[in-house]
Design a protein around this ligand. Structure first.
Ligand code: I6G
Length: 673
């Protein structure tokens, strides 16, 4: 009897590990989440009934441990080395010359090039295939034992995949990090709650990994890539660094998909350029790339110097953080009236651009960081994100201004400033009376994803509003050439081009038009869903709170925002004036349900598809009557996940929404005759 139960438990564990690996490591789930959950619950039940059969490596035991008082020391058998840095091509060439001289080699050197993830280096030890210890780097010789916290990271295997090359003891090294998306989400949440936001993904990962209570660590979206298996060359036939990565992959670890074999300095520099270009699109932060001599025998010959390997080097990206001084702090008013404190800086070159403004997010952040005029501050610029003030440098010197106070009146229109209960934001109460809000609304209306009026940028909108030529979006359609040529930087030709662009924008789509209205929290995807559902503006205007919530993506908050927008008399007036000005969109009849096998179904597409782009897939799904939306909710029929799908799959999982693969999508698009 017990043997049979033991066997059943082992089968379930293997099955669960297989699916967990497919989901968290390969990002390619094999079964719908409900089925996974059923397997997991079955195992939990059997273990509950037979507590003697529970093992530490069981998938049910990731988050089992109690909080501890401190992390015990963890000694590294082989020291955890650090890496030398190069910052440009000349330094890289000098690195290669040193290698060639030492090896007496005049052939090109082969390297494995990998991103240098901005996370925390960790060492994991597996004995007979089971994770027994996870440790930080510490001083390279002794780190901290954070095993229980490491176990909570879903992509870290608790047991290795069975493999003939599995040694009795395996030590792997890699980097634990927090993906950008997860970092942004936890910070948005923290700011909303008036809590301290993390400075950057690295600090967030460090903070999460060093919680004394593993249950808290488990609540953070951590991930890990691995790049080294110490001493593996002596025990296997693996001869290259790239081979080590493939081995790690086979053993069940997640490796960085961007790793590549390259030849010579030229190959390294090409790789560096390609990764730098791709940086903003990658799901994780990186601060450079690492080149490692590919041949493991050559690595051994080269050895190390002062605790850094001679055979590897980090090629750092331009710094993304820099110090400068705050010259002023002003409050910027957005299109919804939110007042954002912005630090005006002594210009500083950071991450490849000169920065002279940085956001302070909201008053809670200003108070917490105690940023004042005259302070020296660290600012950070990451990818396309608006530069932000990270912190004040202590002892900023003399000349510190007074603590910053939230303004009582709007700096643009002098209306009262209000703070909405439960929100960290303060808002101008002036509505469209406030020129800053009006400018914001007009900029949004004209933007590329909305009405796409080419040439109508910030400076022009400012002039049009300041000169009283435009006070609402409807006025754009009554501008004439004489008005425009009076403006700064506006010649005859630009005026003609702008008028043409405005005219062209009159033929639009309903989805673009709804998005252009700037209703709070109605983004592009929601606007498209609303257009799909209501087909014309009139029915949308008439829709009540309940009817709106039938639409995928629309919950009570957005439904309230939409009804509130259409309740306002001045909004209704603007809409009818826009129609009178000749704005048109095609009105599509509701599709006949019988000809639409996917009618009533709602899909979310995520990740890279192999056979077609997401836009093409969306078109084909819509042609069969389905709705395609941008975010996952309980109303979603299924999420279709390609490669590197990101957090939508996690969301689907947490809501019990099905996750389908590209093959399933193909089957949906070619239903049986
Ligand atoms: O700190 C590191 C980050 C990334 C590394 C590293 C790495 O490879 C992708 N590799 C080595 C060998 C060391 N540190 C020492």
């Amino acid at each position: 009897m017990t043997r049979a139960i033991e066997k059943k438990i082992e089968q379930l564990r293997e099955e669960i590990e297989k699916h967990s690996y497919a989901y968290h490591v390969l990002d390619d789930p094999l079964i719908p989440d409900v089925e996974y959950d059923a397997l997991f619950r079955a195992l939990q039940q059997l273990e509950f009934d037979h507590p003697g059969l529970v093992t530490a490596a069981s998938p049910t035991q990731r988050i089992g441990a109690k909080p501890s008082d401190a992390f015990p020391p963890a000694e590294h058998t082989d020291p955890m080395l650090s890496l030398g840095n190069v910052f440009d091509a000349a330094e890289l060439e000098a690195f290669e010359t040193r290698i060639r001289d030492r090896l007496g080699e005049d052939q090109e050197i082969e390297y494995t090039a990998e991103p240098k993830i901005d996370g925390l280096a960790v060492s994991l030890v597996y004995e007979n295939g089971v994770l027994v210890r996870g440790a930080t780097r510490g001083d390279g010789f002794t780190g901290e034992d954070i095993t229980e916290n490491i176990r909570t990271i879903r992509s870290v295997p608790l047991r290795l995949q069975k493999h003939r090359d599995m040694p009795e003891r395996l030590e792997v090294r890699g980097e634990v990090f927090m993906p950008k998306k997860g970092f942004e989400e936890i910070n948005v949440h923290a700011r909303k709650e008036g809590k301290k936001a993390f400075v950057n993904p690295r600090n967030a990962a460090a903070g999460a990994l060093r919680r004394l209570d593993p249950r808290e660590t488990a609540g953070y979206p951590l991930d890990a890539f691995f790049y080294n298996a110490t001493g593996i060359a002596k025990q296997t036939l693996i001869r290259t660094q790239f081979g080590v990565l493939q081995y790690l992959k086979k053993m069940g670890f997640k490796i960085c998909a961007e790793a590549q074999q390259v030849s010579g300095c030229q190959g390294c520099l090409q790789y560096y350029g390609a990764i730098l270009d791709k940086r903003a699109a990658l799901g994780y932060e990186l601060d450079g790339v690492v080149y490692k001599v590919n041949d493991l025998d050559l690595q051994e010959v080269l050895g190390m110097v002062s605790r850094a390997p001679r055979w590897a080097v980090a090629h750092k990206f331009p710094a993304q953080e820099a110090a400068t001084r705050v010259a002023d702090i002003r409050f910027q008013v957005g299109r919804t009236g939110a007042l954002t404190p912005v630090a005006k800086l002594e210009p500083v070159f950071v991450g490849g651009a000169t920065v002279s403004n940085a956001t302070l997010h909201n008053m809670d952040e200003v108070n917490r960081k105690d940023v004042r005029i005259g302070d020296r501050v660290i600012i950070r610029r990451a990818g396309d994100v608006i530069p932000e003030v990270v912190k004040t440098i202590p002892d900023s010197g003399t000349g510190r201004g007074d603590p910053i106070q939230a303004p009582k009146r709007c700096p643009e229109c002098n209306s009262e400033v209000v703070r909405i209960e439960g929100e960290a934001l303060i808002r101008c109460s002036g509505g469209l009376y406030c020129p800053a809000q009006r400018k914001g609304v007009i900029r949004h209306f004209a933007s590329r994803k909305a009405m796409d009026i080419e040439g109508l940028g910030t400076k022009l909108v400012d002039q049009l509003v300041d000169k009283g030529l435009v006070s609402s979006v409807k006025d754009l359609f009554h501008l004439d050439k004489e008005d425009l040529v009076e403006l700064e930087f506006m010649g005859e030709l630009s005026a003609t081009n702008l008028l043409d662009a405005i005219k062209k924008s009159k033929h639009t789509t309903l989805a673009r038009f709804i998005y252009a209205l700037g209703i709070r929290e109605v983004g592009e995807a929601t606007a498209a869903s609303l257009a799909d559902q209501f087909r014309d503006l009139e029915p949308l205007q008439q829709a009540d709170y309940e009817a709106l919530q039938e639409v995928p993506d629309v919950g009570p908050v957005i439904a309230e925002n939409i009804t509130a927008f259409f309740r306002q008399a001045h909004n209704r007036e603007i809409l009818s004036e826009l129609k009178n000005a000749g704005l048109v969109w095609e009105v599509k009849p509701k599709p006949d349900e019988q000809d639409n096998p996917l009618a009533g179904k709602t899909f979310v597409l995520t990740g890279r598809l192999e056979k077609f782009s997401r836009a093409e897939a969306a078109l084909q799904l819509k042609a069969l009557g389905a709705k395609v939306t941008g975010s996952v909710s309980r109303k979603t029929t299924a999420v279709i996940a390609g490669e590197d799908p990101g957090s939508k799959v996690d969301k689907a999982r947490s809501l019990g929404v099905k996750v389908l693969a590209e093959e399933d999508l193909l089957a949906l698009l070619q239903p049986d005759p």
